[in-house]
Ligand binder design. Structure first.
Ligand code: SOE
Length: 386
């Protein structure tokens, strides 16, 4: 292996997403035979003691406490951004301008203006061979990558309906404390941007279609929550707890979306159902190794939904893992994400989803918010030249 086959990675942030990304960086080169192998060069966080402990636990060779220093490091060729949304634009744009490849967690930014600036920076950097990608990890669930392939192969015909839901219940308790995800300044929006962004991206990914307009509503059920500083005081929740919207697809189909953190009993129920002229596909992340398929061209005396176990070597990503029938979990989606990114960098190709894809999602989120604050008025989603 030469120096050219190694890619030094510097990561900013080390909580939930940082841990998931670290696991993937540790694993990807041992499972997939990627042309380029990652080196976990340095981890960046604000506090030296916490960051050092995290680096040891997660497998990073060095520590920085200033992301500008991380970007300057000669052993860092790719910057992986796992921090809250309010920090994405500054870090990503600086890294791209410094000639570093960038992987940025979703949603790409907290506003369309920020996501546009990041996309412009990515476009300019691309001319210098610098790659960028936004981290919509669920594209790498084998069953969903298979769904996309089946749609592209015409297995369900013309898409009439998309029914997309992302249901969680982790803040149902009104005494569950404030956190950055409930603060508009830091997170941009609530369930809408955090989990709604995933189902918007997946709809675009699986159908290959864009969303052209929406009508939506958002709701905050618990407007104040205890601060976690032990003061006994409460802080204002400035984001939505739930969002729902109708949408039109550019292929003529209609879609419904629901994103909520208040669906009691639903833990990470990210569901997608597509109904086409020739059949249907259905997925639920709580059974992530399965894809339901109904072939409507079959004799109706025996037709019906059947379960495909997306665990076989000819399913996306599966050849590298276990013998047939042995399933995967949440963490593997990140390993697959890193694999696709490394392959793209190695082949001097553009990884997907691009920042332009992240911007397209941001336009939809902004349109839903606009609609919601104007009595659910129908709101067109601006088209972009990707
Ligand atoms: C929120 O609870 C969250 O952690 C999201 O931020 C992730 O993107 C999603 O995959 C799981 O849920």
């Amino acid at each position: 292996m030469t120096e050219n086959d190694r890619l030094g990675v510097g990561m900013v942030g080390y909580s939930f997403m940082g841990a998931a990304h670290s696991q993937a960086w540790r694993t990807v080169g041992r499972v997939f035979d990627t042309r380029v192998q990652p080196v976990m060069a340095a981890l960046c966080g604000r506090r030296a003691d916490n960051t050092t402990a995290a680096a040891e636990r997660l497998g990073w060779a060095a520590v920085e406490t200033d992301w500008k220093k991380l970007i300057e490091r000669r052993d860092v060729a790719l910057v992986d951004i796992c921090t809250p949304g309010d920090t994405h634009p500054e870090i990503a744009i600086a890294a791209l301008e410094a000639g570093k490849h960038v992987l940025c967690e979703k949603p790409l930014a907290n506003s369309v203006a920020e996501a546009s600036a990041m996309t412009d920076a990515a476009r300019k950097a691309r001319e210098r061979g610098v790659r960028s990608m936004v981290g919509f990890n669920y594209r790498r669930v084998p069953a969903l990558a298979l769904a996309r392939r089946m749609v592209a192969d015409g297995r369900i015909g013309t898409i009439r309906h998309v029914r997309a839901q992302y249901l969680q219940d982790f803040i149902v308790d009104p005494e569950s404390p404030m956190m950055w995800r409930l603060d508009r300044e830091r997170a941009g929006s609530g369930a809408l941007g955090d989990i709604g962004a995933h189902i918007v991206d997946l709809t675009r990914f699986v159908t290959g279609q864009d969303i052209t307009g929406v009508s939506g509503m958002t709701q905050t059920f618990v407007p104040e929550r205890p601060l976690d500083d032990g003061s006994g005081s409460y802080g204002e929740v400035t984001v939505d707890d739930a969002a729902a919207f109708l949408a039109r697809l550019d292929g003529g189909g209609m879609a419904t979306f629901e994103a909520t953190r208040f669906a009691t009993g639903r833990k990470n129920a990210m569901r997608l159902e597509l109904n086409g002229s020739a059949g249907s596909l259905a997925f639920d992340f709580e059974s992530m190794n399965e894809l339901q398929f109904h072939d409507h061209t079959e004799d109706d005396s025996t037709a019906g939904f059947r379960r495909i176990l997306a665990t076989e070597p000819n399913h996306p990503y599966m050849h590298a893992w276990w013998p047939p029938g042995h399933g995967l979990g949440y963490e593997h989606t990140f390993t697959h994400q890193m694999r696709d990114l490394l392959e793209a960098v190695g082949a001097a190709a553009d990884p997907e989803p691009s920042f332009a894809d992240g911007l397209a999602v941001q336009h939809v989120l902004a349109a839903v918010e606009h609609s919601s604050s104007n009595q659910s008025v129908w709101t067109e989603v601006p088209r972009q030249n990707a």
